[in-house]
Design a protein around this ligand. Structure first.
Ligand code: CO
Length: 289
């Protein structure tokens, strides 16, 4: 090699050295799963389920959790367990060197919890010395396809509990937020599967009363109750299946129905989790754009 070529080569090495003196922060991806949370230890099996599936789908990526409910975080803190809010978790991930985060909402509908999370995630883009890009995955029911896939899954799974005298009633949470309409909307998708699939809510519309009216008009005698929430926590164990006089089980029995309860959260079903994971995949792929 002649002298000029050597000098050029050395020059290039020197330039590279200068460029590397201030390396750009290395891209590191992370996943944050966000749920309302539960203080019921036995309900958390649903979270373990979905985490396992997310791990299988993204084996290389670190997965963290956060709860949006301040009240539940407080209860857990008293028991010595610290679970972060979405903002705390995102700040900590940035501090730990994560630059790109896909946040997945494990909520059922795009209601208030989801909307708040959307604001938090938006705020964590271009964080100096923290997260550069944060994207949010849609909740379980967002577009037409989600509703169709979900209704078909429930129909397949619960058709064993229906006949001309037997129905399944799902208990959703319900909200004062305008997105409460998702529950009434999803009821339509369920009805297309079978008239014996009904959906009511604890804190929104339709209420149990509407469900009872439907059951009576269809001549139903036996009802299977199932939560329409990610976990079978407080609402499922008390408001749906509890022994108190105002639980769905008690009210239905007082109305002459024979009642069976299934205490399982939606996140205990692989096919339901797959809908959330498809939304997470979209958010994750969006990190690079
Ligand atoms: Co509630």
């Amino acid at each position: 090699m002649n002298k000029i070529k050597w000098m050029l080569l050395l020059g290039m090495i020197a330039l590279c050295g200068i460029a590397n003196a201030h390396p750009k922060q290395k891209m590191k991806e992370g996943i944050l799963l966000v749920t309302f949370g539960t203080s019921y230890e036995n309900a958390r099996v649903a979270f373990t389920h979905i985490e396992e599936q997310v791990k299988q789908e993204f084996p290389e990526v670190e997965i963290r959790w956060s709860y949006t409910s301040k009240m539940i975080r407080k209860i857990l803190r008293k028991r010595g367990e610290e679970i972060m809010s979405p903002a705390e978790a995102l700040a900590k991930m940035g501090e730990d060197g994560v630059t790109h985060v896909a946040v997945q909402s494990l909520h059922v509908i795009p209601g208030e919890e989801y909307e708040n999370l959307k604001k938090t995630v938006a705020a964590f883009n271009h964080m100096p010395k923290g997260i550069q890009v944060a994207r949010l995955g849609k909740p379980l029911l967002y577009n037409h396809a989600d509703n169709e896939v979900m209704a078909a899954f429930l129909s397949k799974t619960f058709s064993q509990y229906i006949d001309n005298k037997s129905a399944v009633a799902f208990m959703g949470h319900g909200t004062h937020h305008a997105a409460n309409i998702y529950y009434a909307g999803f009821q339509y998708y369920l009805q297309q599967q079978a008239p014996q699939f009904l959906l009511g809510t604890v804190e929104g519309y339709p209420e149990l009363n509407e469900v009872i009216k439907e059951l009576k008009s269809k001549g139903i005698k036996n009802v299977t109750l199932h939560p329409f929430m990610s976990v079978a926590g407080d609402h499922a164990q008390n408001d749906m299946a509890g022994s108190e006089g105002d639980s769905w089980k008690s009210v239905l029995e007082a109305n002459g129905f024979r009642v069976k309860v299934i205490l399982k959260g939606l996140a205990e079903y692989e096919s339901v989790n797959q809908i959330w994971i498809d939304h997470l995949r979209k958010a994750f792929n969006g990190l690079k754009h």
